[in-house]
Design a protein around this ligand. Structure first.
Ligand code: AHM
Ligand code: MG
Length: 334
């Protein structure tokens, strides 16, 4: 019989890699895994119960919020609150950070940034959505958490991951020692190790971008898109275009098959659309750990100093050779 390793077992086994670890990060990851299962149950019921549609509120970005966004947000925050390992949560759905004050979290040293339900505009049409999370360690040992402890660069992440609620539900995470993927087995209610040591191909033939915005793209990006479409046998062009509109799903597919995901600046989003702290940093950490690359066109995403919680950035992420090609196009168009 093949040995099945559950997420819980794997986390405990990996704790041995950090001899001085006290199990706090492991417990935090476990808490996130539990909340993911609860959210998964609700996302799967989405077509069955009347939980869909706008709930009448808007989030800090001014975008319409779906009920499941609110539900996912509440579940993750509540899991982090009762787990006791997290002192502050920054969620894409809240203007400000949420401090967790409880007896058990008094000495908690971790800060969690989360996009509870990314790509939620896809829920109504039964397309994959995801949760993205990022974990930082406090830089101070005690006292109230200061803003600069939250606005840390992506390179300071101690762990990051995503959950994709798709044709099957997967949790993929890294603690800076490679990337591992777990598929939820609904019959036993456990995430089971299905994709050990994930590696993104160095190059690929998929480009993912919302081409409807073409007219608004910078010239370098326009030139790159044309390059993708030109026939050239040696580089397997023309490339395939695939865009789901759920960043987690697009990046996950490219992680497995090889490809590049692009969300550049546009004239209507001069800083890009996607958020550095909630979407770009965690996915950049995962993709780098899998051997890929993430850039804002000039700089490594993980090196950007965040100045605001909800800061946006352009992003080019995926197979190293493809991201480098995009950077080259951007450089030469300047
Ligand atoms: P959201 O966090 O409000 O769901 O927005 C993020 C999503 C990403 O998942 C996706 O890649 C992108 O927005 C799609 O944007 P667009 O519709 O402009 O192509
Ligand atoms: Mg979102």
């Amino acid at each position: 019989m093949t040995k099945v390793t559950t997420l819980g077992q794997f986390i405990i086994e990996k704790q041995a890699d950090f001899p001085y670890a006290k199990g706090e990060l492991s417990r935090l990851l476990r808490d996130i895994g539990i909340a993911a299962k609860i959210v998964n149950r609700e996302v799967n019921k989405a077509g069955l119960v009347d939980i869909l549609g706008d709930n009448g509120t808007t989030n800090v970005q001014g975008e319409g919020q779906k009920k499941l966004d609110v539900y996912a947000d509440e579940q993750f925050i509540s899991a982090l609150r009762s787990g006791g390992e997290c002192c502050v949560v920054a969620s894409e759905e809240h203007d400000d950070c949420i401090s967790i004050h409880s007896e058990i979290s008094r000495n908690a040293k971790y800060i969690v940034c989360i996009d509870p339900l990314d790509g939620s505009s896809n829920i109504d049409v039964n397309v994959s959505v995801g949760t993205i999370f990022s974990i930082y360690r406090r830089t101070a040992t005690e006292g109230a958490v200061k803003p600069d402890e939250i606005l840390q660069k992506g390179i300071c992440q101690v762990a990051a991951g995503y959950v994709i609620y798709g044709s099957s539900t997967m949790l993929v995470y890294t603690t800076g020692r490679g990337v591992n993927g777990f598929t939820l087995d609904p019959s036993i209610g456990e995430f089971c190790l299905s994709h050990p040591n994930m590696q993104i191909p160095r190059s690929g033939t998929i480009y993912s971008i919302n081409e409807g915005n073409y007219i608004e793209f910078p010239q370098g990006v326009k030139n790159y898109i044309k390059y993708c479409q030109v026939e050239d046998r040696a580089t397997m062009r023309p490339f395939t275009s695939r865009y789901i509109g759920s960043m987690v799903a697009d990046v996950h597919r490219n992680l497995i098959k090889g490809g590049v995901f692009l969300y550049p600046t546009t004239s209507s989003h001069p800083n890009g659309k996607l958020r550095l702290m909630y979407e770009c940093n965690p996915l950049a950490f995962i993709i780098e750990q899998a051997g890929g690359k993430a850039s804002d066109g000039q700089r490594r995403i993980l090196d950007i100093q965040p100045e605001g919680l909800h800061q946006r950035t352009p992003i080019f992420i995926g197979s190293t050779e493809m991201v480098e090609k995009v950077e080259e196009f951007i450089r030469t168009a300047e």
